[in-house]
Ligand binder design. Structure first.
Ligand code: CTP
Length: 399
């Protein structure tokens, strides 16, 4: 089930050029089946019309306190999260100093739940000490902020002040609505394929989009963990707030894992490491001939090496098989001396490479060491990531 399904988001739009981006944000929230109510300030109506906001949200826009009496109390009372995007220096100043002189600022004062703000303004305003003081004060009372980012600003200048894009705001909204049960954990995740070079141009690799590992990193971050993601070459964006280490070959991945595993409490090896490399990479491009034979040697089994460490984190491996070969996955759990393995049949529809869904069986040990299986229905890779992290958190509690 989508994380935002059924949640009530109260969105405040204030007078910044970035106000037009709120339309995309509202659409995305509704796609995720959230209920969105919108309060617009008078200034914001210079940048977008209430009609376009109403069309996006499928509901009336609120902005006049006296037209809808008590809306400053009833709107916040029904909200799970109050989001201000874009948030100008003015609303941040009013909120920090307890000023309530229109519907949005009054509703903010009447709200005692979680608030997320996405500041947007000129860089000089952003760096102004008075504004920074207000922002720090709000952060000190638990208000979450997302952005702003550096880039070209509406005034034509370059600097910090661009509102975070919809993807990042949605991620922050999800984090704000998620229990921080992994706070204090350091999660190390590997994702994507590795490349083993035959010559400077050609390589051997495995099929992998990296989507499963990136989903694990994103969900672990959302649940409050510190996350380091070691990624082979993929074409997806890393989740916000995650430390990313880009690698190419299995050797680079091995070194990156070994350099970081001591600082981790949970290690999840979801990368599709190439099992073989060419014995002796050629420094020059191999010329095309009728054909040639290639000598292959095995790459280091990274997971197996981590399973041998004396002091080691909770270790999770993956076992991609063609066919329902759960026993093979169980064999790897034992042979590699790890704590959990996630089996998936990549030949099955809705499972495996390049898809946004996966169907897995989570294999772990109970307190007595007996191996247990938890088969899951086909679900989004984010939901699979949540299920894996749920099991890890549960198993760690029992340790
Ligand atoms: N793995 C690894 N290093 C390798 C190969 C695999 O760390 N050189 C890890 C994978 O990331 C995965 C687990 O080992 O978490 C199982 O990988 P898989 O390819 O399913 O199995 P293998 O052990 O490589 O064995 P086989 O290819 O025979 O199935």
């Amino acid at each position: 089930m989508g994380l935002l399904k059924g949640s009530s988001i109260l969105l405040g739009i204030t007078g910044s050029v970035a106000a037009y981006k709120s339309i995309e944000l509202i659409k995305r929230l509704r796609e995720e089946e959230a209920c969105v109510k919108v309060i617009m300030t008078e200034a914001s109506k210079n940048f977008i019309t209430p009609l376009s906001v109403e069309l996006a949200s499928g509901d009336s826009v609120y902005s006049d306190m006296f037209r809808s009496p008590l809306s400053h109390v009833s709107l916040p009372a029904n909200a799970d999260l109050f989001v201000i995007a874009p948030a100008t220096a003015n609303i941040i100043g009013k909120y920090a100093n307890g000023i309530a002189d229109d519907l949005l600022s009054t509703a903010l004062m009447a709200f005692n739940g979680k608030v997320l703000i996405a500041p947007a303004m000129n860089w000089r305003m952003y760096e102004n000490p008075a504004f920074q003081k207000n922002l720090h004060y709000l952060e000190s009372i638990g208000v979450k902020t997302i952005g702003p980012e550096k880039g070209s600003l509406a005034c034509g200048e370059e600097g910090i002040g661009r509102m975070a894009d919809a993807d990042k705001i949605i991620d922050s909204i999800k984090a704000s609505l998620t229990a921080q049960d992994l706070a204090g954990e350091s999660v190390l995740v590997t994702a994507g394929p590795t490349r083993e070079y035959i010559d400077p141009i050609r390589y051997i690799s495995n099929r992998s989009s990296g989507k499963m590992g990136y989903a694990i990193a994103r969900v672990a971050k959302r649940r409050g963990a510190d996350v380091t993601l070691i990624s082979g070459p993929v074409s997806i964006k890393p989740p916000d707030g995650v430390d990313i280490i880009n690698v190419d070959t299995s050797d680079e991945m091995y070194k990156a894992v070994m350099n970081n595993i001591n600082m981790s409490s949970i290690f999840i090896m979801s990368a599709a490491v190439a099992d073989f490399r060419a014995a002796g990479m050629k420094a020059e491009k191999i010329e095309k001939k009728e054909g040639f034979s290639l000598n292959l040697t095995k790459t280091t089994d990274i997971l197996e090496e981590t399973g041998r460490l004396e002091k080691r984190p909770f270790i999770v491996g993956f076992s991609a098989e063609t066919g329902y070969r759960v026993d093979r996955a169980k064999g790897k759990l034992v042979a590699k001396n790890i704590d959990m393995i996630v089996f998936n049949d990549v030949a099955k529809e809705g499972s495996g490479f390049d898809t946004d869904t996966n169907e897995v069986t989570i294999i772990s040990r109970d307190k007595s060491g007996k191996i247990q299986e938890l088969p899951l229905q086909v679900m989004s890779k984010e939901d699979v990531a949540s299920a894996i992290l749920d099991r890890v958190a549960e198993a760690k509690k029992g340790c």
